[in-house]
Design a protein around this ligand. Sequence first.
Ligand code: HEM
Length: 120
Amino acid sequence: MGKMSLYDRLGGQEGIIKVVDQFYDYVLADGRVNHFFRKTDMKRQRLHQSLFISFATGGPNHYTGQSMRKAHEGMNLTDEHFDTIVELLARALRDFHVAETEIVEVANTIEPLRKDIVGA
Ligand code: HEM
C-alpha cells in the first residue's frame, strides 16, 4: 500500500474544513492578527482557505482565489504575523488529534509561501 497523501492523512476535504473552521475561530479571537480580518467575508475565507490547503497538501485543485502575493498585497504582513498564523493552524490541527509529524508537514508545506505573503 502506497503512502497516503498529507491531504488524506488530514481527513480529506471534510477533515480540512473542520480544522480550518476551528483555525479561523482562533484567528478571530487573537489580538495579534484578528484586525486584518475586520472587513473579510469569513464564510468565503473559510471556503477558500479549505480549498487552498486541500490542494497544497496533495488533494484536488478546486481553489479559485487569488495568488498568495495578490491576496495579501498591501497588508504589510511581518514574519511574526506569518508565524502566528502557522501557530494557530497547528493549534487547530492538534484539537482534531492530528499527529505532530503531520503538523510539521503542514508547516513545511506552507513555509515556501512566506516569501510571497510577508511584505506582499
Ligand atoms: C500562513 C500562510 C497563509 C496562507 C496559506 C494564507 C492563505 C490565504 C488564502 C487562501 C486567502 C484567500 C484569498 C482569496 O480568497 O482570493 C487569504 C486571504 C487573506 N489572508 Fe491569508 N494566508 C496566510 C497568511 C496570512 C497572514 C499571516 C495573515 C495576517 C495575519 C493573513 C490574512 C489574510 C486576510 C485578511 C485575507 C483576506 C483578504 C480579503 O478580505 O479579501 N493571511 N489567505
